[in-house]
Design a protein around this ligand. Structure first.
Ligand code: EPZ
Length: 425
């Protein structure tokens, strides 16, 4: 089994280029199903989740051509059966977007119950509520959600919780519905805006994305398009945290600073120097950080997908910090792994109380999910000695070329096989 081997202590210097946003790509690729033409998608990250969603589309009969490592051409014309194979779907939460895309295109969708990161219950009740209000019915049998509609008619949908997935799925089902759909209490993440911009580039009429009220006027056809997706603000935030933990002076290139606002504000509160430019940020840190408190919120609050990484940083901050995970039920499985490295963290319900220690110490740890794995990398870069991170398939789901990007700024990080032979990353 491959693992990452990281020896801490090196200051990081140079430039890291951020790839396209995973959570935009895994929404926009299924959305291409809605097109009556061919879509060329650019700035797509070369990550496992994208490969899986590509494979699912291919298995359904769509033509998916990799033009380069970061651009793919999708022609959904060959899709015969709106059925998403269980064996692939179960690996990834974002496969739930196939429900909205197939329902919006074919008035029918048979999709396996979604998989993805394992932190608490991952319900889809709000997705199904939205589909129902548009006129669809569903039943669940043999771990498959089967949805169908004679027609989809625009309506008013109030989401009981701010849900990225439900917002995405209702948008996908509504863009070709008859009449107007209003989504209230919608998620406001950058990838919601990116999806709306993609749909509109195909001829859809989606307004208000980025606010908590999205209005959609249904259209009859959606044409092929060429679209470049936004950079990944969570990948950028992860590397900003890496510099803060290891110390150094790094330019994080190809970002939209506005998407990083809550992360930048929190790191500045911890004493980090951050300079913003048009499409990059410069992060300078001596590795000495002030304690602070963090509560995760839907955008534009502090993102839950940065919670494990900031907790890794706070593990060696000066004082006691409290991290409140207010989005997910149980996103602290990584704490046990940080404790192996000497972190002093107590979990009490949605709170992690973190007493800063001088330094963490390298140890054998596991990536318990995607962002937990990222947190292990952050912690290892600032730790004394060597850390081995197992189960790195979680990390490969969402981070393109993490070894290459960190090595390029001086980190001592290697990908090795079971016999500790170095591998090409
Ligand atoms: C998306 O997951 C992201 N995944 C997650 O990122 C991210 O943590 C999450 O949004 C919050 O920002 C993708 O975009 C592929 P939600 P999603 O629906 O859509 C509750 C990563 O690391 N809820 O916004 O599944 C739910 O239980 C991943 O990149 C319902 O109650 O999250 C949670 O408490 C991990 N009913 C809250 O809403 C529903 O029908 C937010 O979930 C749906 C959600």
């Amino acid at each position: 089994m491959e693992k990452l081997v990281i020896t801490g202590g090196n200051k990081l210097r140079g430039t890291i280029k951020i790839s396209g946003a995973k959570n935009a790509a895994v929404a926009i690729i299924p959305a291409a199903i809605l097109s009556d033409g061919v879509c060329l998608l650019e700035n797509i990250p070369d990550i496992e989740d994208v490969n899986i969603i590509d494979e699912i589309l291919g298995k359904m009969g769509a033509s998916v051509r990799h033009i380069s490592t970061s651009s793919i051409e999708i022609d959904p014309g060959g899709i015969k059966e709106p059925v998403a194979a269980y064996d692939l779907v179960r690996h990834m939460r974002a496969s739930s977007y196939l429900m909205g895309a197939l329902l919006g295109k074919c008035l029918r969708a048979d999709v396996a119950l979604p998989g993805g990161c394992d932190f608490g219950v991952r319900p889809v009740d709000q997705h199904l509520k939205g589909f129902g209000i548009l006129g669809a019915t569903h039943n669940i049998e043999d771990d498959m959600i089967k949805i169908k509609a004679d027609k989809l008619v625009g309506n008013h949908i109030y989401l009981d919780v701010v849900s990225v997935g439900a917002t995405v799925n209702v948008m996908l089902a509504a863009v070709k519905a008859e009449g107007r759909t209003t989504i209230e209490n919608a998620a406001r993440e950058p990838h919601i805006v990116d999806l709306a911009n993609f749909l509109n580039s195909m001829g859809a009429d989606v307004r208000g994305a980025g606010t908590d009220v999205i209005k959609i006027n249904g259209v009859k056809t959606l044409r092929g398009t060429t679209y470049s997706i936004i950079p990944d603000q969570i990948e950028a935030g992860t590397y900003m945290a890496a510099v803060c933990c290891a110390g150094g002076d790094v330019i994080i290139q190809n970002v939209i600073p506005k998407h990083l606002e809550s992360i930048t504000a929190k790191l500045r509160e911890m004493g980090v120097f951050i300079e913003e430019f048009d499409d990059s940020v410069r992060v300078v840190s001596d590795g000495k950080l002030k304690r602070c408190n963090v509560t995760t919120m839907p955008h534009p609050g502090f993102p839950t997908d940065m919670q494990p990484q900031i907790a890794a940083l706070l593990s060696t901050a000066d004082g006691t910090s409290i991290v409140n995970e207010a989005v997910w039920d149980n996103r602290f499985r990584y704490v046990e792994e940080l404790r192996r490295m000497g972190a002093n963290i107590t979990v009490d319900g949605s709170l992690a109380i973190i007493k800063g220690v001088e330094k963490l110490t390298g140890a054998p740890v596991k990536a318990t999910d995607l962002r937990a794995g990222a947190a292990m990398i952050v912690a290892a870069l600032g730790a004394i000695g060597t850390t081995q991170i197992e189960d790195i398939r979680h990390i490969q789901r969402g981070y393109e070329d993490v070894v290459g990007k960190l090595s390029s700024v001086g980190a001592d990080i290697k990908l090795v096989d079971d016999d500790d032979n170095m591998m090409k990353n």
